[in-house]
Design a protein around this ligand. Structure first.
Ligand code: ADP
Length: 166
């Protein structure tokens, strides 16, 4: 039986990318031939980093960690349309909790109903079960230590951002 080439997209806001996202990316990398991290350009409330900054930080990590089958792009509009434009056959998402399941289930069902695309879920490692970009933004604003939760380049950019704001 010939093996099908699997190109997956990992869509999200990534504002900013966390070690939880990275954990999903590293494990997804071993399952797919190609993985595109897709930074959504939909307008979000309480945005911390610009789309370009988010893409740049992810690109730095891909380069530093030599993830050869991984790339990063930004996209606007519907995830399924973006997936089709990249001829991707899988959407990758991460799961932290049952609350995530409820939302992700609906999203995955809708995406499959509309285009037939499959969503594959990777469960978070226990230590990142409580990590979310929202929490990172809140703790960062209060000056908390985030060294265990976000990559070093993200920490550095956060520091710069916050010192400029003061
Ligand atoms: P979105 O706004 O689309 O949920 P996020 O950037 O918050 O975008 O998340 C992108 C994906 O990564 C989602 O599937 C989310 O459930 C998953 N994710 C976020 N944080 C973690 C984590 N700590 N562990 C595993 N998956 C995560």
């Amino acid at each position: 039986m010939s093996k099908k080439y699997v190109r997956a997209i990992f869509p999200g806001s990534f504002d900013p990318i966390t070690n939880g996202h990275l954990d999903v990316i590293k494990r997804g990398m071993n399952l797919f031939d190609e993985l595109i991290i897709a930074v959504g350009r939909s307008p979000v409330k309480n945005q911390l980093f610009s789309f370009q900054d988010r893409v740049d930080m992810i690109a730095e990590i891909i380069e530093k960690e030599k993830m050869q089958s991984v790339s990063v792009e930004s996209f606007a509009g519907l995830t399924v349309e973006y997936a089709a434009s990249k001829q991707a056959n899988v959407i990758l998402r991460g799961l932290r909790s049952l609350t995530d399941v409820q939302y992700e289930f609906q999203l995955a069902m809708t995406n499959r109903a509309v285009t037939g695309i499959e969503t594959i879920f990777i469960l978070t490692s226990e230590q990142y079960g409580f990590t979310s970009s929202t929490l990172i933004r809140e703790v960062a604003n209060l000056g908390g230590d985030l060294s265990k939760l976000i990559p070093i380049n993200v920490q550095e950019r956060l520091k710069k951002r916050l010192s400029k704001e003061k």
